[in-house]
Write a protein that binds this ligand. Structure first.
Ligand SMILES: Nc1ncnc2c1ncn2[C@@H]1O[C@H](COP(=O)(O)OP(=O)(O)O)[C@@H](O)[C@H]1O
Ligand SMILES: [Mg+2]
Length: 310
């Protein structure tokens, strides 16, 4: 029905080792999400002792914001695995088209299912698909309906006893409806990695390179996300594998720095071209009166999941 459930422990355990760097985000997640999921009893006992009337003191909803490919989805999977809580994955773009006209029942069913499982992480990916601001108009009817149901569910669910938490992810926090934004207890920003962080990430995917080589590659990959860097390394490996198969290089040789630099440069050029095309398309659609705002979507999609440049 558009949602995917990942039960904990069904596949290999995931831990923070899969995400290089981002230490501050990891620590905040440990403190604000993992510990409350692992030991809800401690939080409840504390709230009972401190408050005249009991109120939940655990976060119910957390927002991950930042550009694509910076580890938001991966973090949600790590949390689910570490806390041994199922992850219900709802990519809103797909959900909106699949649930057309039924968002009310379907979303209600998801929250009920989470409770029935004894708690779950409900991961609302691509929250910006609900885009726009209700007051400013320009929101599709289906999105508007889904948003109002979501606001109601997020208000209504009680996490005192159940280990249910909502994690939302968005590339553009500023585009979110203010009422929705206000439902999140905490906003965690996943920025693009700086040079030092890029080096750590690259070490994850090209461990045969020396630290000096990794530092140079990190310097030559400004603006790239963790996913971009992984893609550059994958691309390099594929090209290297074909060289091995064609007998151009020795079978036991591993790709050297120059190969990675070439892939990175190729990628940077391709990205530039896509950006120019998107800008040109945007200019054309503005000229034509921009019916339906297609230009904006094309821009957002260009850097989105699964984009390839070769
Ligand atoms: N810090 C990082 N270290 C290692 N790999 C990363 C890092 N950030 C992103 N990646 C790679 O990029 C992929 C996509 O990341 P993802 O969590 O889906 O990003 P987002 O949800 O923010 O778009 C991950 O599966 C991982 O392979
Ligand atoms: Mg994601």
């Amino acid at each position: 029905m558009g949602a995917q459930v990942f039960p904990p422990g069904s596949k290999e355990q995931m831990d923070w080792g899969v995400l290089a760097g981002y230490e501050e985000q990891k620590r905040t997640i440990e403190d604000c999400l993992l510990l409350p999921l692992l030991r809800p009893d401690v939080y409840a006992k504390l709230a009972r002792a401190t408050r005249k009337t009991f109120a939940n003191n655990r976060p119910r909803a957390v927002l991950f914001e930042g550009p694509p490919g910076t580890g938001k989805t991966t973090s949600a999977r790590v949390i689910s695995s570490q806390a041994a809580v199922p992850l219900i994955y709802l990519p809103l773009e797909a959900v909106l088209s699949k649930w057309y006209g039924q968002s009310e029942q379907q979303l209600g069913a998801v929250f009920k299912a989470a409770e029935a499982m004894g708690g779950a992480i409900i991961f609302l990916d691509e929250l910006d698909a609900l885009g726009g601001n209700r007051e400013a108009g320009g929101m599709h009817e289906a999105s508007r309906r889904l948003l109002s149901v979501l606001l109601r569910e997020m208000e209504g669910f009680d996490s005192e006893t159940k280990r249910t938490v909502v994690i939302g992810a968005t590339n553009r926090k500023t585009d979110l409806d203010p009422a929705l934004l206000s439902r999140f207890d905490l906003v965690l920003t996943f920025g693009l990695p700086d040079t030092a962080c890029r080096q750590l990430i690259l070490k994850q995917y090209a461990q045969q390179l020396s630290d000096a080589d990794l530092a140079l590659l990190a310097e030559r990959t400004p603006g790239m996300s963790g996913r971009d860097l992984r893609d550059v390394c994958e691309h390099t490996e594929r090209r290297w594998a074909s060289k091995i198969i064609r007998g151009e290089v020795k079978e036991e040789a591993l790709p050297p720095l120059s190969e990675y630099l070439a892939s990175a440069e190729e990628r940077a050029t391709a990205v530039q071209k896509v950006q120019q095309q998107a800008a040109a398309a945007g200019a054309v659609s503005r000229l034509l009166g921009a019916v339906g705002g297609g230009g904006g979507n094309a821009g957002g999609g260009a850097g989105g999941a699964g984009s390839r440049w070769w």
